[in-house]
Design a protein around this ligand. Structure first.
Ligand code: AMP
Ligand code: MG
Length: 502
């Protein structure tokens, strides 16, 4: 990739310790770049725990020089910021060149546990990949990504993390002028299926990219041979398939709708990435879709595993020539790998659902799980609330459950559930305690998030901090947060839409 050189950006050492292995290994997939000027930077939020885990000095991160780096106005002295190139399938259609249209990869930091992590800015200004976009982002959506990604992390779901949001003082045109912002996010890497879809068109890049990804994410595969029946590239495909199956199962278990599962938003690391039009469901409905552009419901809640498997098929196609020099052999091996997806997904989902219900692995009632889902769907029961209410049921408090599911509809299923629980030989109250460790009380409910973001955009961050505090401590109920429990009023939910590229 090439582009006109920019005048050098000011540099700062407030955030230091960067390494640049991706640029060193795969320079042709990057363009050296820098952020736009920032008229009036203001640090809205910084994740001090995350900063410390990255080995950063919090005071330096908060300093003017630190904020200059986090906003993209200055480059770290020891980094080579780049915009990265990738392709991707968007809603099933191939886009040969997407790339970081409003993001800048500052470089890699090694955290205190020794893990290599990318630090990337989102909303830092136009790049050679901006196409029709302005390259910017605004306060509401960047705080939204901050909060939802941190909530996902607190729920134990692999995800990019959020380090900071800086308001830029720039007016950005969305629905009228909105305050501009830059999100600093941290990821195991920004390699995605779309990176491979681009590299496959450049034969000299594909193998180095695959080797880089294996080295970085799946070093246990490095010693496998480069050729042969189960070479390292086939093992790589199998591993990514399993990681992603596990990830989408975790989304389903918390009622998370990603909203834009294009192949450029499917990571090689197995982390959730790109919180644009995502949302958590209230009422359980496999057809739940929130994105304003997802007219066909391609990325609806219940289609997420299928959409992901489709994306992984695109990944498999990109790896075919590495899997075997004999095309038919490569196709056969990749197809067999893809065929493991459904089993992996079912296994992870069922195991997670059993844990949510306090059940042992060897439940004899084979319809028990499906029948609960049907019951919840029929009654549009609140997903998050129902599992907590089932814990309450075991403690002898039926009121919460009765509010969600009429007793005459739930009674026979509850009997079967309690029979299955009895097989464990553990007291029900102890099982309820276990269930409470996997069933959150607080998730980012759309109506609460909307209210908090509206206040934040108008300058009052207090409701945002309060909601962030709750969703990052999701399992233990607190009286002071009682208003944060429970679904939105129907009048809100029926008109709720989410948006891309905001
Ligand atoms: P997404 O689906 O949000 O991950 O974005 C898909 C593509 O659109 C990526 O290449 C983004 O960099 C690009 N993009 C999204 N929003 C903007 C924007 N405001 N300006 C430039 N590019 C954008
Ligand atoms: Mg994306």
């Amino acid at each position: 990739m090439s582009a006109a050189p920019e005048p050098p950006a000011p540099t700062s050492t407030a955030i230091a310790g960067f390494e640049n292995t991706f640029v060193e290994a795969l320079a042709p997939l990057t363009v050296a770049w820098q952020g736009a000027e920032v008229p009036d930077p203001m640090l809205l939020i910084v994740n001090e725990d995350l900063a410390e885990s990255l080995g950063l000095n919090v005071a330096a991160v908060r300093s003017d020089d630190g904020v200059a780096i986090l906003s993209g106005a200055a480059s770290p002295a020891d980094a080579t910021p780049v915009a990265t190139a990738y392709a991707g399938h968007q809603f099933g259609g191939y886009a040969p060149m997407l790339g970081d249209g409003r993001a800048l990869l500052l470089g890699e930091l090694i955290d205190t546990a020794g893990c290599r992590l990318d630090l990337q800015l989102k909303g830092s200004g136009p790049t050679p990949f901006s196409r029709g976009g302005d390259g910017f982002a605004v306060v509401g959506p960047m705080l939204r990504e901050y909060l939802v990604s941190e909530a996902m992390n607190a729920l134990g779901i692999p995800t990019t993390r959020s380090l900071a949001v800086v308001a830029t003082g720039r007016d950005v045109h969305r629905n009228g002028a909105e305050p501009g912002a830059v999100l600093a996010r941290v990821a195991a890497s920004h390699l995605r299926v779309g990176t491979f879809e681009l590299a496959v068109r450049h034969p000299d890049l594909l193998r180095p990219l695959a080797d880089y990804a294996i080295n970085r994410h799946y070093p246990e595969l490095v010693d496998l041979p480069e050729d042969g029946d189960r070479n390292r590239y086939l093992a790589f495909l199998e591993t990514v398939i399993e990681r992603q199956a596990a990830l989408v199962a975790q989304w389903m278990l918390v009622g998370f709708v990603h909203g834009v599962m294009n192949t450029d938003n499917t990571t090689i690391s197995g982390e959730t990435i790109d919180y644009g039009p995502c949302a958590f469901i209230d009422a359980y409905d496999p057809d739940a879709v929130f994105s304003s552009i997802d007219h066909g419901g391609r990325y609806r809640l219940g289609n997420q595993p299928t959409a992901l498997k489709w994306n992984l098929a695109r990944f498999a196609e990109a790896l075919l020539t590495l899997i075997s020099p004999v095309p038919d052999d490569g196709i056969a091996a990749a197809t067999a790998a893809l065929n493991t997806f459904d089993d992996h997904y079912e296994r992870y989902f069922a195991a997670g659902l059993k844990a949510k219900l306090g059940l042992a692995d060897n439940v004899t009632d084979g319809e028990l799980l499906d029948d609960l889902l049907t019951l919840m769907h029929d009654h549009r029961a609140d997903w998050t609330g129902t599992f907590r209410a089932l814990g309450g049921e075991l403690r002898g408090d039926s009121t919460a459950l009765d509010d969600l599911l009429p007793r005459e509809a739930s009674a026979s299923w509850l009997d079967r559930w309690r029979t299955a629980l009895a097989e464990r030989g553990v007291e029900e109250t102890r099982i309820a305690v276990e269930m409470d460790t996997v069933n959150p009380v607080y998730i980012p409910r759309n109506h609460q998030l909307d209210d908090a973001l509206r206040a934040a955009t108008a300058g009052d961050l207090a409701p945002f901090h309060r909601l962030l505090d709750a969703v990052t401590h999701p399992y233990a109920p607190r009286d002071e947060w009682s208003d944060l429990v429970g679904p939105a009023p129907e009048s809100f939910s029926s008109g709720f839409r989410t948006f891309c590229g905001t």
